[in-house]
Design a protein around this ligand. Sequence first.
Ligand SMILES: Cc1cc2nc3c(=O)[nH]c(=O)nc-3n(C[C@H](O)[C@H](O)[C@H](O)COP(=O)(O)OP(=O)(O)OC[C@H]3O[C@@H](n4cnc5c(N)ncnc54)[C@H](O)[C@@H]3O)c2cc1C
Length: 456
Amino acid sequence: MTRRELIRVLAAAGLGAPFASRVVAQDASEHAAPDGKTKELEPFTVREGPRYPAELRGGKVIQPERPLDVIHETDVLVIGGGPAGFAAAVSAARAGAKTCVVERYGYFGGLWTGGLVLLVISTHAKENGQRIKVMRGIGDELVERVDRIGGMIYRQNRDSEDKFNPTTDPEATKYMMDQMISEAGAKVYFHSWVVDVIMEGGAVRGAVIESKAGRQAILAKVIVDASGDGDVFAAAGAEHERRLHAIGLVHRLGNYDRADREKMKAAGVKTLGGPEPEPSVRWINLRGPSTDCLDIEVLTRLEMEHRRAIFERVQKLRKTPGGEPLFLLQTAPQLGVRTSRLLAGMHQLTFKDSREGKKFPDAIGVGGAQGANHVGWPIPYGALLPKKVDNILAAGRCISCDQKLIEDMRLIAACLITGHGAGAAAAVAVKSGCRPRDVDVGKVQALLREQGAYLG
Ligand SMILES: Cc1cc2nc3c(=O)[nH]c(=O)nc-3n(C[C@H](O)[C@H](O)[C@H](O)COP(=O)(O)OP(=O)(O)OC[C@H]3O[C@@H](n4cnc5c(N)ncnc54)[C@H](O)[C@@H]3O)c2cc1C
């Protein structure tokens, strides 16, 4: 008889209470620190300030004027911890700038890890007939380190030795992002939404965050908007465009290695997503309807509709001959929002320039080609800079580009590259005591090269 069974018997006889409470306490402490290393945390490090609730006055909801607690002051404030925000924060912190990242969820990686978009394409381009790696520096270091801990396959093939187009394990990627951010010494606030900016004249001086502790403020010298949706430059009044795009939801299938694929093929099931480093799991992309990625009613409806369709499809697969062992392992915790706001920047990158590989004197990186089948496209610093608003840079899938280039610009590799560029520029601006638009781009490029980036 196990200890639990014994307690159940004793409890039924009315004798179990003292034993039961001991078991609960043991279970709780085991779960608090699986490896025994997690330190006890000090409670209430971010204190709740006084509340000033909104009021209904004469049929209008009025938010009264109120002071906000400043919980942190920093040199570089990065908003969003997706691929772009991660690279920006690591770059700025390694360059010696005091750096802070604010992320609405509880992990790094954005759509890559939370959206379960696991295939990193466009890490390479074709130059002089050769395949060359353009995603170097911080993005490449991350991918290499994930590979070293066994969280990676290449070319969507578990046996490929060719280090091209990696697919990463989401948990290994989150783990390594945490490590690199911690090593760089950046301060992190998870579970915090940036809901507004703090302006001083025409410049952004910080962000208002919303969390379980209410509304609070963080002050900064330079802000990097890596929110994907341009939430921060839009709040600051920077000129931008809104685009519609397909909204999908990625999901993962478990027990793939136990399914009988031949039988399934014979029953008409042609594809079952893409491989992951873990052989029993497949990730399945979903395109979804093209619509407004900022409309919460649309987002809510699509979360439910996609989840229903996915669940029902997997139930069907389980009834298909050969598919019996399959199960729905997970739907992505983050909806697959591809594009929403794009900065109207000092320089709008175009598809035409990209395919011609047009060179720019202020290049902060070079984008790649999905199959390494065309030239790399230098990315000018001006594509990250708003036309008017100061102290803010865009990075990732919301930088300034034309409609046709969106499909390349929003890929993970390109976001790691523009994030790296924005972080380096922010650090140089802080060190030079100037606005990001006045920064000496030569110094930014020197720092990027020092940090391993490829500038063409
Ligand atoms: C369904 C789908 C399939 C895709 N397939 C591929 C593929 O196969 N290969 C590929 O390379 N790319 C693919 N992409 C594109 C790629 O995943 C994203 O474009 C890329 O992750 C964008 O990186 P980012 O850092 O700019 O933004 P995101 O990854 O969106 O990260 C933004 C981060 O900011 C946080 N955030 C947002 N707003 C706030 C706020 N107000 N306050 C605080 N935090 C905030 C978010 O939580 C998130 O963590 C796909 C995208 C989708 C949706």
